[in-house]
Design a protein around this ligand. Structure first.
Ligand SMILES: NC(=O)c1ccc[n+]([C@@H]2O[C@H](COP(=O)([O-])OP(=O)(O)OC[C@H]3O[C@@H](n4cnc5c(N)ncnc54)[C@H](OP(=O)(O)O)[C@@H]3O)[C@@H](O)[C@H]2O)c1
Length: 240
């Protein structure tokens, strides 16, 4: 039975990854900041007879990442999914284009967005690379956003979030090159679509089931040859 580790598994896209992989018989290591508050996930885990386990992990807290990597040292991890993410203070869904406008920067918030969206996936990969290398499938996937595409940015705004996703694209591109040759690991970024979650808001294009089913198909077909691209959930590719 393959194993997947998912960060940000309390809600939204991360929780749906847990649901779908568990339904397919995978072992799921579901990581959340606050296990007590993740009631939907806890319910899933309780019904799974040990197939889904819940782990405390804050991607801003590197000691918690190292502690989990040590606690799971016996587990090969076939697919590591960095789903945890933030848009930072405010909400695109609520405030539309006014959110993240020039002249409104909160730089403490910028730093937090970078810690979660950029440094978090890098630290996760460094901490768990050995677990992934010991697995059969050997894949690392980080959720990025079309808002991180420089080529597709025609409306401006959302500085911190856009910059963080462009940065994590660069991180994953380098990782795809370095880990393919050294360890046979396929590493990539993936845009989940505009999805109806707390982050995407109720007017988004697609539901979590469509997004995650599509991404799982792309992940299934991921190899060291086609990794390191800006994949879209439906299998098409976006410009950097
Ligand atoms: N929804 C969209 O339309 C959309 C579009 C493009 C890209 N994305 C990307 O897809 C990913 C998932 O988005 P989503 O829509 O599922 O977002 P969401 O509904 O807002 O959920 C965000 C998740 O990230 C977790 N998280 C935030 N900070 C964390 C931290 N420091 N440590 C650990 N977990 C943390 C949250 O945990 P708590 O419950 O503890 O807060 C929650 O589980 C993100 O990377 C996002 O940027 C989403």
């Amino acid at each position: 039975m393959p194993t997947v580790l998912v960060t940000g598994a309390s809600r939204g896209i991360g929780l749906e990854f847990v649901r779908q992989y568990a339904a397919d018989g995978w072992r799921v290591l579901a990581c959340v900041r606050s296990p007590q508050r993740a009631t939907d996930l806890q319910q899933l885990a309780e019904q799974s007879a040990g197939q889904v386990t819940v782990h405390a992990l804050d991607v801003e807290d590197h000691a918690s990442i190292d502690a989990l990597a040590t606690a799971l040292s016996a587990e090969p991890i076939d697919v590591l999914i960095n789903s945890a993410g933030t848009m930072g203070a405010g909400s695109f869904a609520r405030e539309g284009r006014a959110f993240g406008k020039f002249g409104n920067s909160d730089f403490a918030d910028w730093e937090r967005v970078y810690r979660i969206n950029v440094i978090g996936p890098m630290k996760m990969a460094e901490a768990f690379v050995g677990h992934v290398a010991r697995s059969s499938q050997k894949k690392i996937v980080t959720l990025t956003s079309i808002l991180g595409s420089i080529g597709r940015n025609s409306i401006g705004g959302l500085y911190a979030y856009r910059a963080s996703k462009a940065a994590v694209n660069a991180v994953m591109r380098s990782m795809s090159i370095d880990l393919a040759s050294a360890q046979g690991i396929a590493a990539t970024t993936m845009h989940p679509g505009w999805v109806r979650t707390d982050m995407g808001g109720p007017r988004a294009d697609i539901d979590v089931v469509t997004s995650v089913s599509g991404m799982r198909r792309v992940i299934d077909g991921l190899t060291t040859e086609n990794a390191g691209r800006f994949w879209m959930y439906d299998g098409s590719k976006l410009p950097w």
